[in-house]
Design a protein around this ligand. Structure first.
Ligand code: DLL
Length: 429
């Protein structure tokens, strides 16, 4: 089923016409209401009336996270506070949080965006959905919550944590859909396995997001839970979840293009890149009132492609996020994305889905250590097998990363588990 066929199967010409109209309105809206944008446009060569085609977007200035921090908390809001009905803040752990606001119409637009993504992930009114994202300032829980309610499902707003209780309620309530980060979903599955509860569950789909995960992680989640797992993408500064999501074909995330204009730029130069090239995603919301940012630099690295999808939707898709341009590790001059390491580890039999990446510098030399968990504790007593396994992982990592890593195998269930977004990299340089 397609939630909004008019927008999700629109032809490109009509879509671009609509995007241009909405872009023109948005630029005018911020120029008239947000002093920072008025000043930036006045200092540039472009005025709102100069936006005559979608190509003109490349002439607009970028917005970056520091702009939000510098105008903390409400300095970039384009409406008076009496029109703001909800405030969220980003999960940023350093510096000032970035604060985002929504008018009532923004919330309606957000729910619509979410409803589309939920339905394309296979969700429907018959579902009983457990939202295991942390409720609070994080946009994930309430964003998904509103969307599922709009679709008509029965929402269980359990939040994250207390994992055994999550599994008990899942069984007792007959939960059919799970919303969580992929890493928490994996941890929940481990707990369900230990409780021997999987056989009593009715779970059929997992609608995951808020962090990267590899195809190997998806395969494990699907196999161990016995579900179809899809992912969706978004960020607080733009709306929260709702920018893009996978349909059940699982080949790229459909972008809600009538609501969010997406570009790919070279992360170094900021120059736009053609379809299909890997670069930094830059997003301009097209229908927001309270906080419409122009050309927001997400730091997320992906590609956009427009080939038709078997599901019938005509919207452009973006590939799984390859990593964040600011999370990419440069080790001895080589670019390493944590997702490359995850892909290698999850293909090795006997190694579980939890791992840690530690980067240090000794005598001016970068060192990469990968700690991974054995799935079977009996191996701990078999020295030769441990040696062989370590060697195998090291060799596979070398092929993919082109550098040497120290591989440390640890006992089952000893590495940290996460109830929200996983933090697997420690860079001590
Ligand atoms: O994580 C919004 C969200 C909630 C999206 C729930 C999907 C589901 P923030 O906390 O502001 O918002 O973090 C945004 O998380 O820039 C990405 O780096 C990362 N991220 C979000 N979804 C994905 C994904 C929410 N599917 C930041 N794959 C973004 C990879 C993701 N990274």
């Amino acid at each position: 089923m397609i939630w909004n066929p008019q927008m999700e199967t629109i032809d490109r010409q009509s879509l671009e016409k609509l995007q241009l109209e909405r872009l023109q309105n948005t630029v005018k809206w911020v120029y008239e209401r947000v002093p920072m944008y008025r000043q930036r446009l006045d200092e540039s060569t472009i005025r709102p009336q100069d936006i005559q085609s979608l190509r003109d977007i490349a002439r607009l200035p970028f917005t970056v996270k520091d702009d939000l921090r510098d105008h903390y908390p409400y300095g970039l809001f384009a409406v008076p506070m009496r029109d703001v009905v909800r405030i969220h803040a980003s999960s940023g752990t350093t510096g000032r949080p970035t604060v985002v606001g929504y008018t009532r119409e923004d919330l309606d637009m957000w729910s619509e965006a979410m409803a589309r993504l939920i339905v394309m992930a296979g969700g429907c009114a018959d579902d009983i959905v457990q939202i295991s994202f942390g409720y609070g300032l994080f946009t994930g829980a309430l964003g998904l919550h509103q969307g599922w309610e709009k679709v008509g499902a029965s929402v269980v707003p359990i939040s994250s944590g207390n994992t055994e209780r999550q599994i008990n309620l899942m069984r007792d309530f007959g939960v059919t859909a799970l919303v969580a980060t992929p890493s928490y979903a994996m941890y929940m599955c481990e707990v369900a396995e230990k409780m021997n509860a999987l056989k009593d569950l009715k779970l059929r789909i997992g609608v995951f997001g808020a962090e990267g995960s590899t195809e190997e992680m998806r395969a494990q989640l699907e196999k161990r839970w016995g579900i179809i797992a899809t992912e969706n993408y978004g960020l607080s500064e733009i709306v929260g979840p709702g920018v893009a999501g996978e349909c059940t074909c699982k080949c790229g995330m459909h972008i809600n293009e009538d609501l969010f204009y997406c570009e790919i730029v070279d992360p170094e130069t900021g120059e736009p890149l053609p379809d299909g090239e890997l670069g930094e995603l830059v997003i301009t919301p097209l229908k927001k009132q309270a906080l419409p940012l122009l050309r927001y630099r997400t730091h997320d690295m992906t590609r956009i492609f427009r080939e038709p999808c078997a599901c019938g939707r005509t919207t452009a898709r973006m590939q799984k996020i390859a990593g964040r341009s600011d999370d990419m590790l440069i080790i001895r001059g080589v670019n390493v994305f944590p997702s490359q390491i995850e892909s290698v580890l999850l293909k090795v039999e006997g190694i579980g889905p939890n791992y840690e990446i530690i980067v240090t510098r000794e005598n001016y030399m970068d060192r990469l250590e990968v700690r991974c968990e054995l799935t079977d504790a009996r191996l701990l007593d078999a020295y030769a097998e441990l040696e062989a396994l370590t060697k195998k992982i090291r060799e596979r990592l070398r092929v993919v990363l082109q550098i040497d890593a120290k591989v440390t195998l640890v006992s089952p269930n000893t590495l940290k588990r996460f109830e929200g977004k996983a933090r697997r990299v420690t860079d001590l340089r």
